[in-house]
Design a protein around this ligand. Structure first.
Ligand code: ADP
Ligand code: YYY
Length: 218
């Protein structure tokens, strides 16, 4: 590994995407959103009518979708079988199903291998749930972002018209539960990770703190 790798993990709404893109831009690094890859896989399964309640059926088709992830922090791109799915993967259908698809070991094995290939020689900020623990345990800097359940729900709520705080908090709690009760729990903190609670910080403050940690480590 020649270039810097920053692993950014944490639950939904903790600010991983925003902070990772900001840090990548500030340092001229690439950026990889691994959550988008799990969402892309889920979009493909829904498109092809795969019964998501049947883990065997999901596993049997996990090798089929051609997923391509861009790494430009200014315009993160994601394509499946040549189709731009950046919009559809953020819709309710995918958001409601992604935890189930991400729990299938064959899905994780394929996407983790792809993620390692993209990381290559480094020079990248990678965000997800298991980057510091599984995908890139050798990363120079591992951050575990947290924020209170209320702050996370409020942030998500602000993004979605017609949503309520209660509905957001319930949806996030459900996804956290699903994301952390699978056999190999990807929502756990890596050895040597720095926990950063963003509840009381704005985005610029979070980015500044991560940049300070990068400087300290390199
Ligand atoms: N420190 C912060 N303070 C306030 N809002 C934030 C902060 N970090 C992120 N946000 C906002 O919260 C929402 C969720 O952030 P995002 O980066 O998508 O989180 P994640 O990738 O962890 O799910 C976005 O609308 C983002 O602009
Ligand atoms: N490395 C990863 C990244 C995401 N996942 C799962 C967990 C999440 O429910 C989904 C979607 O992740 P994503 O980061 O897009 O979700 P949020 O933006 O945080 O709401 O994928 C995972 O299991 N492992």
């Amino acid at each position: 590994m020649t270039g810097l790798v920053v692993a950014m993990d944490g639950p939904s709404g903790s600010g991983k995407s925003s902070a990772s893109r900001g840090v990548a831009k500030a340092l001229g690094l690439r950026y990889l959103d691994t959550g988008a890859m799990y969402r892309a896989m889920t979009w493909w399964m829904l498109e092809h009518g795969v019964d998501l309640a049947d883990a065997g059926a999901v596993a049997a088709r996990a090798a089929e979708p051609e997923i391509s992830s861009g790494t430009d922090p200014d315009s993160p791109a994601i394509h499946v079988d040549g189709v731009d799915v950046a919009g559809p993967i953020r819709g309710d259908a995918v958001t409601g199903a992604v935890s189930v698809v991400a729990a299938v070991p064959e899905v994780r094995a394929r996407l983790v291998a792809m993620q390692r290939q993209i990381i290559g020689d480094g020079g990248i900020v990678v965000e997800g749930r298991d980057i510091g623990t599984v995908v890139a345990p050798e990363a120079e800097l591992k951050i575990y972002l947290t924020a209170s359940a209320e702050a996370r729900a409020a942030r998500r709520n602000a993004e979605l018209a017609g949503s309520t705080m209660e509905a957001q908090q319930a949806a996030l709690a459900r996804r956290d539960r699903l994301d952390s009760t699978r056999r190999t729990d990807p929502l756990s903190m890596a050895d040597g990770a720095v926990e950063l609670d963003t509840t009381a910080l704005n985005l610029d403050e979070v980015i500044a703190e991560v940049l300070r940690l990068v400087k300290e480590r390199t």
